[in-house]
Ligand binder design. Structure first.
Ligand code: NFE
Length: 509
């Protein structure tokens, strides 16, 4: 790092980063107005891969769901698919569709959680309400309420403490008021999405019906119709509230499309299964202006700066996950996944960019309806606002696709394949979770887990430096950041970090 004489570099540390899942530390060094170096670190060890060794192989979907309370369905599906490959189990079309419906419901609730409950407070300024000059009685009442809160020194802005009635603000209310009001409506929409997942998952957040070979819930017509009407209400929320808010955010902060845009290499395993096992959104790797097919053999995990003992670079099933808390040079409990030796971004932006490059018709439709009127293109989405928009657009595309999956369920067909598993074998379950590419790799011996490794979306995005000292995707996105003059540096860092939707509980697993 360059250090001129008489030139003091400022350090800003966010530790812990709040409004995320898990324990994340972000250390940044600034060269004047420019962020020169960033280190992001997962601050805890969990050890699921070690816990799994020696367990009954068929228990992996139950155990790995406990990695996370936000995206447990993705872990269940990844574990099921890994075991299906290892043990030669077949899944009937109903089983795949039910899995995608439960996982799709989880995507919807997760995207809403991220936008309204974790991120939007980075962008709204309730003090705008104090300046609102409007005769509208609802806005005036909210303004009086905010003034009273400030006078009594209660903490603001803090949406959970907004009054319930603020969710009904009219459309001419200031954006801060409307967006925060939507915080409360989004809680209800998430509740509905959770209910949808429970209809076929048995319970949430940790489902009870997803097993290797399919889903043990039947295609009950009452559950199907209940799911359909709940899906319609979540879709309405996405169309009428979420997408307009995400577009308004992008319009209000145009400079954030360029902030946090690195590393500019995107990877996806292909999102959500159709009934024949093909992915709904395509798999692929986009880098340097080119889309390449995914080659899972190019995936490695590095540990040069991670608190683990093993060799610096391993293929997934060769990893061992043996903690080394005092290892010299190590600063994170995350390993560093790499594709062909390169750091890649995963998540909704990666899925949309790969699907756009592949000419997926649904992305073209979404672009025409939502992005083009705002002068935006799916293939150009990037940076902080690009990630928020990609998530919102994906929620819309997914809600529509799920209606089609409901139509294709066959009430007379089986939901689980015949159950005569082999007892030994190796398998990989490569799926997409809300936050990006998720892989589970398993080796079963006599139906016992001999080896198990997970590479999780937030491990890709929040990885530390690798053996060559090259930064992980979020580190790369932060380095070079130059906030606008009046924008506090810590806030600019938090906006970039949160745009990746960190889940460090998952990332360290
Ligand atoms: Ni804990 Fe997750 C998702 C997975 S993590 S939330 O989405 O897998 O990055």
């Amino acid at each position: 790092m360059p250090r001129e004489e008489n030139h003091v570099m400022a350090t800003i540390v966010l530790d812990p980063v709040t409004r995320i899942e898990g324990h994340l530390r972000v250390e940044t060094r600034w060269d004047g107005p420019r962020l020169a170096e960033a280190r992001v670190a997962g601050e805890m060890f969990r050890g699921f891969e070690t816990i799994l060794r020696g367990r009954d192989a068929l228990d992996a979907p139950v155990i790995t769901q406990r990695i996370c309370g936000v995206c447990p369905v993705s872990h269940a599906v990844a574990a099921c698919r890994a075991l299906e490959q290892a043990l030669g189990l077949r899944v009937p079309p109903n089983g795949r569709l039910l899995r995608s419906l439960v996982l799709g419901a989880n995507f919807l609730q997760s995207h809403l959680l991220h936008f309204y409950h974790l991120s939007i407070l980075d962008f709204v300024d309730v003090s705008a309400l104090l300046e609102a000059d409007t005769p509208n009685p609802a806005v005036r009442a909210l303004r009086a309420w905010v003034e009273a809160e400030i006078r009594s020194n209660r903490v603001l802005p803090a949406a959970p403490f907004l009054p319930q009635w603020s969710s009904g603000l009219p459309s001419d209310a200031p954006w801060a008021g409307r967006a925060l009001g939507h915080y409360l409506e989004a809680l209800k929409a998430r509740q509905t999405a959770h209910r949808m997942a429970a209809r076929f998952g048995g319970r949430v957040p940790h489902t009870a019906t997803l097993v290797p070979g399919g889903v043990t819930a039947g295609v009950d017509p009452l559950a199907v119709e209940g799911f359909r009407s709940e899906l319609a209400s979540v879709r309405r929320f996405v169309e009428e509230v979420y997408l307009p808010d995400a577009l308004e955010l992008a319009a209000r902060f145009p400079e954030l499309a360029n902030q946090g845009a690195e590393p500019g290499r995107f990877l996806t395993f292909g999102a959500l299964e159709e009934e024949d096992g093909r992915p709904w959104l395509p798999a692929g790797v986009w880098a340097e202006g080119r889309l390449d097919p995914l080659n899972p053999d190019r995936i490695t995990e590095e540990t040069a700066h991670s608190r683990y003992q093993e060799e610096d670079r391993t293929r997934p099933l060769e990893g061992r996950t043996e903690p080394a808390p005092e290892k010299p040079g190590a600063y994170s409990w995350l390993k560093a996944p790499r594709y062909g030796g390169e750091a890649v971004e995963v998540g909704p932006l990666a899925r949309i960019r790969v699907a756009a490059a592949a000419g997926t018709p649904e992305v073209e439709e979404a672009e025409k309806r939502w992005l083009a009127p705002a002068g935006l293109r799916a293939s150009d989405l990037s940076g902080v606002t690009g990630r928020h928009l990609a998530r919102a657009v994906e929620a819309w595309m997914l809600a529509r696709r799920m209606e089609g999956w409901l139509d294709r369920l066959d009430p007379a067909g089986p939901t689980v394949g015949s159950y005569e598993p082999k007892t030994s074998g190796k398998g990989a379950g490569l799926v997409e979770a809300p936050r990006g590419a998720l892989g589970h790799w398993v080796r079963s011996r006599d139906l016992r887990i001999d080896a198990y490794q997970c590479i999780v979306p937030s491990t890709w995005n929040f990885s530390p430096r690798d053996g060559r000292g090259r930064p992980g995707p979020v580190e790369a996105a932060l380095e070079g950041l130059e906030p606008r003059g009046e924008e506090p540096k810590g806030l600019a860092v938090a906006r970039v970090v949160r745009s990746f939707d960190p889940c460090i509980a998952c990332a360290v697993h």
